[in-house]
Structures are given as structure tokens and as C-alpha cells.
Design a protein around this ligand. Structure first.
Ligand code: ADP
Ligand code: MG
Length: 377
């Protein structure tokens, strides 16, 4: 984005294109002279999209892409409930500071529980992604879970304005996810988007820019990790951490049984002796650990399919379902969805970035998506 400002004193000549402003300045009546001020805005920006995910918060700036990607963690001092740190810094602090600081995931389960914290987080991300030289307040578009009430949506708009936004827009996450996945949501055609993130699985059927049917269940990547931890504890008497469980899932996990399993050596701490020990784990064993969670994800998809009006169902059968969110990258999850529902499923390009990209695309084409933008100020 380039904005060039040159002033003409007296009669201001003002020339403007989409991204370029030129105002030419005259110091005397006769002699035209450019005195002015050239504010080159190329390195600055005034449009910011924020994906408030349950696991990661991403900040997207049109034409720049993702400028920030940090864990959705806030560190709070237990004593006075003060917000001590946000994002990566907050995650690093946990367990390493002497005072009682607790890590808090405010977007846990896809619910924005505390608006004081939402505001603090938005302020932090706006500050971090805006240039200090930029005198202009940004237009901010924030994703919210599909299930939030209109009161909650207004509260997020308020929080964004308080945090420094000029205009604040709020759009439901499945809509952004679909836009970011390249789905033409404005068409009078049914499209199904399945977003599996860290905390939730969100399923929605979208047509004419709106959500027709949707559901959200509290099953996501973190739940899969937890199930792996529980399985290894129960079957091997071995304690493993969150990070190890996530590594197991990503490295050898599969949503359907494999003929040629992948293997991994897993290190942990023996529950009885307290000493370090390692075990060998295979893909099919990991599947055993996460199977019940996968069933819940499938159940959510089936539920939405069953509630979809027949006309839109036939569109979905024809076009297939689109999957986004980090956990949709679990190997063979699209195949599992196809087997269980009979409808083909495809993985969106860059599943982790669909919502963030969607915020940028919506910001750049506010007029096109105005029907889907639920709150504006
Ligand atoms: P959210 O939008 O809720 O913040 P994300 O879409 O950022 O969530 O996805 C985060 C989740 O994706 C984490 O649980 C992470 O373990 C999982 N994930 C990331 N990469 C993979 C992968 N290759 N396979 C399986 N799960 C993955
Ligand atoms: Mg997400």
C-alpha cells in the first residue's frame, strides 16, 4: 500500500487512486512548488485481519501475508489477575517464573470467555503488527467462533475499537475459513467447510455468503494429544509431555489403519520408578488412542449433513467437502471422512492459514462480503 501526500497551499490539488494519494502544494500563488510532505505508506499498513484461534493467533495484512503467528496464550498473575504477557512470551514464561503466573488459553473450546483478556490480546497484536511511524488507526477484522451470540460479537467489536481499531469488523470463522480456502461463498450453492483446529471441530454449510447449518464440538488437536498421553500412560506406564504427544501425532499418526505402519521411539518418564524410559510406538496403536476422538469429529460432520436442506446436499455431494485447520492435516483424515460419510473430502491449501487468509481477502473486498460481515462500526 502506497500513499504519497504532496500539498498545494491555497487551492489544494488532490489526486487519489485506490492506494495512492497525491496532494500538490503551492508555496506562492504563481510558482508551483512541491514543498511537501511525502508520506510513503508502502511499509506501513492500515488493514489488519486477526484469526483468534484456539491454539494459534495469526495476524494477516493484505499484500504482506501472515505477519504474526503466536500461541493463543495469556499469562496472568494469580494474585491480582494482572495480564503479564501475551502470545509467545506468555507461553515461554509458564513454569519458569518464581511468582504465581498461570497460563490461560482464552480461546479454549472456541469460546471467548473473558473480554478484558480479548481486548488486551487485540491491543498486543495490533501494537506488534503496526509500524510505530504509522499515524493512522487500522481497520481491523477479527474472526469469531460461529456460535457466538450477537451480544458477544458486539463485545468483540468494542474490544477491537478500544484496542485501537478505526473500524472493527467481525466475521464468523467458518465463513473466513471458506473464503481463505478459495470457496466462492457468495454463490447460491451449498459448500461444506470442516475446520479442525486445536480446540474445536467446526462444521458449516455455507450458501449465499451465510451459514445455513453448523455445529462446533470440543474435539480438536489438543484432545488428540491428550488421548495419546492417556493411552501411553495406561498401556506403558509412561508419562509423556504435550509436545511429545503432538510429535507422535504429527510424525506417525493416521486416521485410518495402515498396512505399512510408521514407527517411532518415544521417550518419557516411568510412572513407577520415576526414571527415564523409551518405548516403540506404531501408527495403528496411535489410531487406537485417538479413535474415539475421530469418531466425534465424524459425528459432527454427519450431524450437519443430516440437517442440510436437500438442494444444498446435492451440491455438497457434487463438490465434496473442504477441510481446513491444522488438525485436518492428520494423515488420511480426508479419507476417513469420505469412508464414513460417502462424500468426498479435500484438504484446503495451507490448512493452517485459511482463516487468516480469509480475513485479508474479506478486508480487501468488504463490499463483496458485506452480507457475511456481521458487525461493523
Ligand atoms: P486453531 O485455529 O484452533 O488455533 P490451528 O488451525 O492453528 O488451530 O491448528 C492447531 C492444531 O493443528 C494443533 O493441535 C496441532 O497439533 C495440529 N497440527 C498441526 N500440524 C499438524 C499435522 N501435520 N498433523 C496433525 N495435526 C497437526
Ligand atoms: Mg482456526
Amino acid at each position: 500500500m502506497w500513499k504519497i501526500t504532496v500539498e498545494i497551499a491555497g487551492e489544494a490539488n488532490f489526486w487519489k487512486s485506490k492506494n495512492l494519494y497525491v496532494i500538490v502544494s503551492r508555496s506562492t500563488a504563481k510558482r508551483e512548488q512541491v514543498i511537501g510532505i511525502l508520506i510513503v505508506m508502502g511499509i506501513f499498513t492500515n488493514k489488519i485481519g486477526i484469526d483468534l484461534g484456539t491454539a494459534n493467533i495469526l495476524v494477516f495484512v493484505p499484500r504482506k501475508g501472515i505477519v504474526l503467528n503466536e500461541p493463543s496464550v495469556v499469562a496472568i498473575a494469580e494474585e491480582d489477575k494482572r495480564i503479564v504477557a501475551v502470545g509467545a512470551e506468555a507461553k515461554n514464561m509458564v513454569g519458569k517464573t518464581p511468582e504465581a503466573i498461570v497460563a490461560y488459553r482464552p480461546m479454549k473450546d472456541g469460546v471467548i470467555a473473558d473480554y478484558r483478556i480479548t481486548e488486551a490480546m487485540l491491543r498486543y497484536y495490533l501494537k506488534k503488527s503496526l509500524s510505530v511511524f504509522n499515524p493512522f488507526k487500522p481497520d481491523v477484522l477479527v474472526s469469531v467462533p460461529a456460535g457466538v451470540t450477537s451480544t458477544e460479537r458486539r463485545a468483540v467489536v468494542e474490544a477491537a475499537v478500544k484496542a485501537g481499531a478505526r473500524n472493527a469488523y467481525v466475521v464468523k470463522e467458518p465463513i473466513l475459513s471458506a473464503i481463505g480456502a478459495g470457496i466462492p461463498i457468495q454463490e447460491p450453492t451449498g459448500h461444506m467447510i470442516i475446520d479442525i483446529g486445536g480446540g474445536t471441530t467446526d462444521v458449516a454449510v455455507i450458501s449465499l455468503g451465510g451459514i445455513v447449518t453448523s455445529t462446533s464440538v470440543k474435539y480438536g488437536g489438543s484432545k488428540l494429544d491428550q488421548s495419546i498421553i492417556d493411552y501411553v500412560k495406561k498401556n506403558f506406564n509412561l508419562a509423556i509431555g504435550d509436545k511429545t504427544a503432538e510429535d507422535i501425532k504429527i510424525n506417525i499418526g493416521s486416521a485410518v489403519p495402515l498396512d505399512e505402519e510408521k514407527q517411532m521411539t518415544v521417550k518419557g518418564r516411568d510412572f513407577v520408578s520415576g526414571l527415564p524410559r523409551s518405548i516403540e510406538l506404531g501408527s495403528n496403536e496411535v489410531l487406537k488412542a485417538i479413535n474415539k476422538d475421530l469418531r466425534e469429529m465424524v459425528r459432527a460432520v454427519k450431524e450437519v449433513l443430516q440437517e442440510t436442506p436437500p438442494e444444498l446436499s446435492s451440491d455438497i455431494i457434487e463438490k465434496g467437502m473442504t477441510m481446513s485447520g491444522g488438525s485436518s492435516m492428520l494423515p488420511n483424515l480426508t479419507e476417513l471422512m469420505r469412508r464414513r460419510t460417502g462424500v468426498k473430502a479435500r484438504l484446503a491449501k495451507d490448512p493452517l492459514y485459511c482463516v487468516a487468509r480469509g480475513t485479508g481477502m474479506a478486508l480487501e473486498h468488504l463490499d463483496v462480503y458485506k452480507r457475511s460481515i456481521t458487525t461493523k462500526r
